[in-house]
Write a protein that binds this ligand. Structure first.
Ligand code: ADP
Ligand code: ASP
Ligand code: MG
Length: 819
């Protein structure tokens, strides 16, 4: 004999019920079957809504009942059972008359007892099972309806009654052993107490009905047919990466369901586990899919066993955390016993317990619906201690959830909790309490409900190597460099996914005119068109949205030169959103601000990266960091750091006008938006200051000597005035060139840092010098350190240009994503 259970979605309408009939028709040929069914999907909720509305005196309950009745009548009609089954129609009519009468009574009484709630709520299964039984017969698959209430006997704890297994098992055996029929249809969820009053087994309880039946008749197997193709590594509604688990032990399945994996109702496992009956989770809408088998029989299912450390991750919402704390609790036995007694006397289910090692505090997580009952009970128990201030007033926290990581293999691997908490920490997920089951099959953490989705995904990425780590980019600035970055991203995306398991998505972008945020990712092949027709740009809103979305592995990329954009970094870093800045404003602002951003980044486990601030894509800052972190010390830096100035002095020969060469550099995209920042030396000052800071020096712009070669007059007015004025000073530039040229030297705008002092200025460089052979817009940096004493460490290459800058930004994004 076998037992099959079909859930709410599987029997939601006539079309689905037909699928159920075809699945059962196939299997019943092989084995005698008990089929347990839920109410038509959503009907239990509607019935309970109607009863609550009625008790609250709200006439809308009538509409709800009408809706429920219509759904059942539609179903009957579409299944074509109405003509053949007069008895069914009578039953349906009588049921709705009773539901209306009961609700009418509630309206009069203005109250709803758990007993009446069960009586009304249980109608869903009564109705569905009768209709389905009739539909089987109509389709020539002979089926007999049986009343679960006559077999499953419970106590009178309405709402979630406890089963009396001794009586129940006997009744079930008696019913089926002597019965020669081969297919039975039963309502799930409902039972009866010793007086025959209808009870229910708790929400989602049809699974349990099926398990009770399976255990009592020693079924060969139990099949739970639902709307997913098995038990998954995470709730598929929360993580699109969730994968089917082909085989799972009873204990793991129990832990996952206890901590919220709704696919199976937690008490379901117990009866079948004690008999070793395998449980299959199957999909009514894809019956060919393999599904999941829950069993401890490693031999039978050896080929299905997967060697993951973690088997699955689940979560429960609506958690309230109650903390009992106080100096009077230390070392005194009996405190926890009294706390748990107080809760258990009120039948409050404790989901998680943590106790600090100093015994100074105990926290318990309970369902939020039991909060006020729990507070009253605990306060009453500890009135005296609270009055004597041995125990502090009870601390109650709301809006919480529990996330649990489950797996049998966790006990044989160290460091699981370390990985779990560091992955959460990196994403700014605040952990309120932690518990690890003594069997080490489960580690659970209490977190804010707003962080659940992010946490599930972060943990899924941390524990399932087949999962892609999703990186969410918010990009500010979509000009030349931005465009190149997105083009590079588009070509690399596939490779990043395959080789590095990174799923990089452009989630939001903003330029000076418009902005767009799309949680499902902006199509990289048409970002221009998308941005064009998007909302008006509003940086504040953009940032708020990025924070509110609370996505994992988020990186904000700033490719503007804007002060305003640089001013939002701290806000983002505090939310553990990493910042990749091409914009130099922040790293070259007051030292205090630079330092603060670095500290905030460290504190909130985010990255603040700005490699492209110096030498575009050249690995200069990364090299300093590597040197310093590995114990080297930097004594001296000598560098040509302005692609623009190098370009200008490489092209200026005293014949072509200086202004013309500057214009060419600007046209080719090497200069800052305001070229005076380059020509006047300010940009180079910023760069050498950033390098000095990264080398550990507390430096400000005022500390740097600028031996500017530009005539003061050129630096006044607008950019247009600047070009005109350079033309007027052409002879000045000619004489600079001539002085160097006649000695066979080149003009280089050199930045230096030595003995804590930095300076920038034009120098004559002879052919022997490392800086001499530097062409186009190239940059070069020479580091003299403890380890590179005689010959410097040299980094040289293109120091400007959209393509190389974009690639530097790209590398920072990958760096920010990898940890
Ligand atoms: P039924 O009505 O068939 O009993 P439920 O809605 O009770 O179905 O349970 C199935 C649902 O459980 C799935 O649609 C899925 O959204 C949810 N679910 C939550 N966690 C998991 C998980 N770990 N694996 C599979 N499904 C899960
Ligand atoms: N219909 C009941 C509920 O919605 C029982 C079940 O579907 O398992 O809770
Ligand atoms: Mg269910």
């Amino acid at each position: 004999m076998q037992v099959l259970k079909f859930g709410g979605t599987s029997v939601a309408n006539a079309e689905n019920i037909k699928k159920v009939i075809s699945i059962v028709a196939d299997t019943v040929k092989k084995e005698k079957s008990i089929v347990v069914v839920s109410a038509l999907g959503g009907v239990t909720d509607l019935l309970l809504d109607a009863s609550m509305l009625a008790a609250a005196g709200n006439l809308v309950y009538l509409e709800k009942i009408e809706l429920i009745e219509k759904r059942h009548n539609d179903c009957i009609q579409q299944l074509n059972v109405s003509n053949d089954d007069e008895e069914l129609l009578q039953f349906i009519n009588a049921s709705f008359t009773e539901i209306r009468n009961l609700c009418n009574g509630l309206m009069m009484l203005n109250e709803l007892t758990p007993r009446t709630k069960d009586r009304i709520g249980g109608y869903g299964e009564l109705l569905s099972s009768r209709i389905i039984a009739s539909a089987f017969n109509q389709q020539n698959v002979p089926a007999v309806w049986k009343d679960s209430r006559k077999m499953i006997q419970t106590n009178s704890s309405f709402g979630a009654a406890a089963v009396d297994f001794e009586i129940t098992n006997k009744k079930i055996k008696d019913e089926f052993e002597s019965n020669n029929d081969s297919l039975f249809i039963l309502p799930g969820f409902i039972a009866a107490d010793a007086q025959g009053v209808m009870t229910t087994l708790g929400r989602g309880g049809s699974d349990y009905t099926a398990a009770i039946m399976a255990a009592a008749v020693d079924a060969s197997n139990l099949e739970i047919w639902t709307d997913v193709s098995g038990m998954m590594t995470a709730d598929p509604r929360l993580s699109s990466n969730a994968k089917i688990i082909p085989q799972i032990s009873y204990q793991e399945a129990m832990e996952l369901s206890h901590f919220g994996a709704k696919v199976i109702y937690p008490p379901t496992i117990q009866p079948v586990m004690s008999k070793g009956i395998p449980v299959w989770i199957k999909n009514t809408f894809a019956p060919q899919d393999f599904g999941t088998v829950i069993s401890n029989n490693q031999n039978a299912y050896a080929h299905l066993v997967q060697q993951h450390i973690v088997t699955g991750i689940s979560s429960i919402n609506n958690i309230c955390l109650i903390t009992l704390e106080g100096s009077g609790m230390v070392g005194i036995p009996g405190f926890s016993k009294r706390l748990f007694e107080a809760l258990s006397n009120e039948k409050i289910n404790v989901i998680l317990i943590t106790q600090s090692s100093s015994e100074h505090s105990i926290s318990v997580a309970i369902d939020a619906s039991a909060e006020s009952k729990a507070i009253t009970a605990v306060n009453a128990t500890f009135t005296n201690e609270m009055a004597l201030q041995q125990v502090d007033p009870l601390k109650v926290e709301n809006g919480l959830s529990i996330v649990a990581v489950v797996g049998e293999n966790m006990k044989s691997h160290s460091g699981v909790s370390g990985s779990m908490f560091s992955a959460m920490g990196r994403n700014g997920i605040n952990i309120r309490a932690i518990a690890q089951g003594s069997s080490e099959k489960n580690i659970s953490a209490v977190i804010n409900t707003a962080d659940v989705k992010k946490t599930i995904n972060v943990l899924h990425e941390a524990f399932f190597e087949t999962t892609y780590k999703q990186v969410n980019i918010f990009l500010a600035g979509a000009g030349n460099v931005g465009g190149k970055l997105l083009a590079q991203l588009a070509t690399q995306i596939q490779l990043l996914q395959e080789k590095m398991h990174l799923q990089v998505r452009l989630t939001g972008m903003i330029n000076s005119r418009t902005m767009v945020v799309d949680e499902s990712g902006i199509d990289l092949s048409k970002w221009q068109q998308i941005l064009e027709v998007s909302d008006k740009a509003d940086l504040k809103q953009f940032i708020e949205k990025a924070i509110e979305l609370n996505l994992r592995n988020a990186v904000f990329v700033d490719i503007t030169a804007s002060d305003l954009v640089a001013s939002v970094y701290e806000q983002l870093l505090i939310k553990s959103i990493s910042v990749v800045a091409c914009n130099k404003v922040a790293a070259s602002s007051a030292y205090k601000n630079y330092k603060k951003l670095k500290e905030v980044a460290r504190e909130f486990n985010a990255q603040f990266l700005f490699e492209t601030n110096v030498g575009a894509g050249l690995p200069i800052i990364g090299t300093i960091n590597d040197l310093i972190q590995s114990g080297d010390r930097i004594h001296k830096i000598e560098a040509v750091l302005s692609g623009t100035l190098n370009f200008v002095f490489n092209h200026y020969d005293g014949k072509r006008k200086f202004a013309e060469v500057v214009q060419q550099a600007q046209d080719e995209g090497y200069t800052e938006p305001d070229p005076r920042l380059d020509l006047g030396g300010t940009d180079v000052m910023r760069k050498i200051m950033i390098l000095a800071r990264e080398a550990g020096e507390m430096m400000e712009m005022d500390d740097i000597t600028n031996n500017s070669f530009m005539p003061e007059a050129c630096m006044q007015g607008t950019v247009q005035d600047f070009y005109k004025s350079m033309e007027l000073h052409e002879t000045h530039f000619q004489s600079l060139f001539a002085a160097a040229n006649e000695k066979g030297n080149k003009l280089k705008f050199v930045a230096s840092f030595e003995n804590g002092k930095a300076a920038v200025g034009l120098q004559h460089v002879d052919a022997q010098h490392d800086l001499f052979h530097l062409y186009g817009k190239d940059n070069v940096v020479l580091f003299y350190t403890d380890r590179y004493k005689d010959q410097p460490l040299v980094i040289k290459g293109a120091g400007a240009g959209a393509e190389v800058t974009a690639s530097g930004v790209f590398a920072d994004i990958i760096r920010a994503s990898k940890i």
